[in-house]
Design a protein around this ligand. Structure first.
Ligand SMILES: Nc1ncnc2c1ncn2[C@@H]1O[C@H](COP(=O)(O)OP(=O)(O)O)[C@@H](O)[C@H]1O
Ligand SMILES: [Mg+2]
Length: 325
């Protein structure tokens, strides 16, 4: 295995805000690693430190064996970066922009030309290549940004929230292109707050919360740590506090990990520890329905589903809160 990126105990504070509190992980060649966490988790700060736009307070970042602080120029040469807010020069055409970017990365004129054409084609921009970027859609701008970041064939492609602000179709198209890069063995670091995006694209995820790593593994490992199934139920509107308490008590009888409720949700959920049935062989969902009816509760939904990455994330952050409390 070749280590492309290695981060050791990275810390960074902005005044009182500790954006990074000792983050460590590595990316091996051919991995698509997603850095997963909500806004404010510290993802962009970490990425900006990799791209030398920001300096860590302590800790180290090695890219292809080169320490970023010690030799920023070489380190930058190994990476391609498409940021959260791309700064495309709108007065250029797509083709001019590619040529301009190529001029910045020490390739010969002929190489720049060839590579530009290849990448414009690759990212479905050939038809729009001679139009001004100003008139591009959000998805086209994002694809051009991506294309230009690959100009110098970087060892590691770093993307910060690549699909933020894109409509559903553009997002799907981008995911398709990123999946192709993944299948070709491109090493990719992808910062995202989008659980589905991380699930679809990544071979491994590092989950971050408030500047710390709270879990890491393949999407399946992260899900399975939680259990095989998640049982959930929602109370109907106008149910009394007694009913809420009664439902909580019913859930306590199911062995497994309680899930923190999603924001603004009337749903109760629990990752079931083993199997999907009680000792009598009754599926938990049926057991719950029967017990609720008996207690006079109105449940609007009862479901059993596979845990999602979001479930895994919520469980990991809850456990962390409990440990540090
Ligand atoms: N230049 C800055 N000055 C002050 N605070 C910052 C700066 N950059 C980031 N932060 C703060 O650091 C924390 C992490 O932010 P960021 O790395 O952007 O997270 P993410 O990309 O995961 O949303 C946030 O609380 C953010 O407000
Ligand atoms: Mg960010």
């Amino acid at each position: 295995m070749t280590t492309i990126l290695k981060i050791d105990q990275a810390t960074k504070a902005f005044g009182e805000i500790r954006a990074l509190r000792g983050v460590s992980f590595a990316v091996q060649a051919g991995e698509v690693l997603s850095l997963l966490g909500p806004n404010g988790a510290g993802k962009s700060t970490l990425i900006r430190s990799m791209t030398t736009l920001e300096q860590l307070d302590s800790g180290t970042i090695h890219i292809c064996g080169t320490e970023v602080k010690a030799d920023p120029r070489s380190a930058r040469g190994f990476i391609g970066y498409a940021g959260q807010d791309s700064a495309l020069d709108k007065v250029l055409t797509g083709r001019e922009f590619m040529r301009f970017q190529g001029g910045l990365v020490h390739l010969s004129k002929a190489e720049v030309k060839e590579r530009s054409e290849f990448l414009l084609n690759r990212f479905n921009l050939m038809d729009a290549a001679d139009r001004f970027i100003e008139g591009y859609s959000g998805g086209m701008k994002r694809r051009l940004d991506l294309a230009s970041s690959l100009m110098h064939k970087p060892k590691l492609l770093i993307l910060d929230e690549p699909s933020s602000g894109l409509d559903y179709e553009s997002r799907r198209e981008l995911w398709g292109l990123l999946s192709e890069l993944k299948n070709e063995g491109t090493s990719l670091l992808l910062a995202t707050h989008d659980f589905e995006e991380a699930d679809v694209l990544s071979t491994r995820a590092v989950m971050m919360s408030h500047g710390s790593v709270v879990g890491a593994g393949t999407p399946d490992e992260l899900r399975n740590q939680l259990g095989t199934w998640v049982l959930s139920a929602a109370l109907g509107e106008h149910q009394s506090e007694d009913h809420r308490e009664a439902l909580r008590n019913l859930f306590r009888e199911v062995p497994g990990t309680e899930m923190p409720p999603a924001p603004q949700s009337a749903e109760y959920a629990k990752a079931i520890a083993a199997g999907n049935e009680d000792a009598q062989g009754t599926p938990w969902s049926e057991w719950l329905r029967a017990a609720a009816t008996k207690a006079g509760m109105e449940l609007t939904s009862v479901s059993v589903r596979r845990p999602t990455l979001q479930d895994a994330y919520l469980a990991a952050t809850r456990l962390k809160v409990e440990v540090s409390a």
